[in-house]
Design a protein around this ligand. Sequence first.
Ligand SMILES: [Zn+2]
Length: 139
Amino acid sequence: MITQGVQVTSTCAACAGVLVRDVGQFIERGEVRWGVEGRCQECPAGWCETGTGPAPQEVRQALLAEHGAARLRLAGTRGSLVPVLRALREINGLSLGEARLAAADLSGEGLIGTLVEMTLLAQGLERRSVTTTLVTSPD
Ligand SMILES: [Zn+2]
């Protein structure tokens, strides 16, 4: 299973103690899911939040800061972009215009995202016989 997580500490709003948040993204049943689980080390404060689809910026930024971004590119010869556009629209819920821009990134510099997001997209493209290369950059 492709999953990525990071632990973020901050100050507890209730007692000013150390608040630890486990932030993560993973793939479940063909969708990107995200979760945040927070707990205070000094008082009973704690919560858990999960969701499907685009993760909150807080989650994405924490993962990108810890693990770096992943860059997905189309590999090989330039074939038809139709299956690429279909995959982008289906997996990322993009409009046709947005999908065209993302497809241009995929066939050029590469599309940037978290490892989990780009892995799901790579899997969707693979199902449509589109080969990609996924590179993670430390920065
Ligand atoms: Zn607390």
